[in-house]
Ligand binder design. Sequence first.
Ligand code: SAH
Length: 507
Amino acid sequence: MSEGKVFLVGAGPGDPGLITVRARELIETCDVLVYDYLANAELQRWIKPGCECVYVGKRPGRHSISQDKIEDILVKHAKKGRLVVRLKGGDPFIFGRGGEEACRLLADGIDFEIVPGVTAALGAAACAGIPLTHREHSSSVCFITGHEDIERGLMHVDFEKFAQVGGTLCIYMGMGHISDITDKLIAGGLSPETPVAVVEWATLPRQRSLCATLATVAKAKEKAGLKPPAVVIVGEVARYTEKLNWFEARPLTGKRVAVTRARGQVGELRRKLEALGAEVLTLPLIDIVEAESHETIDVYDGITSYDWVVFTSPNGARFFFKKFFEKFSDLRCIGGVKIACIGASTAREVKRHHLAVDLIPEVSVAENLADALLATESLDSLNILVVTGNRNRDVLVRKLEEEGHAIVDMLPVYRNEPTDLSEEPEAQSFRDKGADAITFTSASTVENFVAQSGQLQLAKGAQRPKAISMGPVTSAAMKEKGVPIDAEAREQTLDALVEAVVKKLAE
Ligand code: SAH
């Protein structure tokens, strides 16, 4: 046996949240990731630096890589002593050729492990609201391929026999032959009135589905324009999708929402929008990078001489403590300073380190932060450290100096750098098709959006998104830059922003 190993891993039906914990662990630690088009590209974000990704799926205009070649790739890397994850959509042993790959590995003396995944039919059933078994209607489930070539007589699946089984039939790869399949099921004795559901891109924000009958489904699918990948579910239980389809009943189902934030910061907003069914397009307009500055070190050395440390953004707090703990190993080195934060999310970053926050203004803007500080006590000759990015918080510093006579030092701990969006697939999708809405969460996202507008030019016919602002400061920046405002959140929080998106898109 070589020291390498191959893991045949199920990636689940599409939604990255539906992968197993074991699969995630393996993706995070493998040396080589071999994947195809049904495995969500998002999963690649989990790989470790230096992991080699090998795409073996279909590419437009090119032949797909043969099964033998794929197996050669697995063997080659494993023989070099690498840990190889072969990621497959759904489950590796359900229409995934996992059996062939495992046998080849065995034949070549390569150690292997198989990790199951949620197969497409289970994902489709859950997210279209179809109980595959039901005490009143169905006591068995079949997974069937509809792929065999009927015209050339290669049809191995005897659908007429399956008509006699009496349980729920889940047909994979059946879209191309749907009318032949339904004809055979009817010929085999199923009533033409038997309910049939078709679920396209199950579990993903773009999931679409329909419910028809054996007699009508081929036409209905054509009319709705449903295409592969889709699962066809036949049986009485399919009817339940009409009332239990929670997934497509969510308020943002079928809506595309573009999110403008710094790279690495869209996570929370993205999750909130996706939980309501939206397809989220991330437009990372800026990269946030740590500022390297010599002065920084002196400030940390003298940190205990400050009366207040003021954080004006979550990034500021994050980078401040990163540097702080690179320098000191003891939290007490921060001394007895008081801490002010501009808002709740900034305070959250500070509290992570078990430090209490002494002051947060009621409204999260620089003026209010300054006023709240001015209201606490006399700031006269107090030393205040304002932790910032490279965008100056002029108002804050000016007020503290001029009105409070404080001695203010600024500590820039990070820089914003424009990103290159030309190769980002979600930015490309935005340029091609537009979106239903676009969110702005700060004045800087507006400025960056305008500065990057050349990279975000909508194609002809693309949908112009409704612009949703997170609050008055963001709206002011939008007005100044000539970005029309379609709605504003009722308060400056992500939840209120999401609420404003839902409300606007329901109009
Ligand atoms: N091993 C996979 C199946 C691969 S065969 C699994 O266990 O799910 C490919 C077929 O799977 C597609 O033609 C389609 O019928 C089905 N499929 C895969 N992903 C799907 C999805 N997200 N929604 C609907 N059907 C899907």
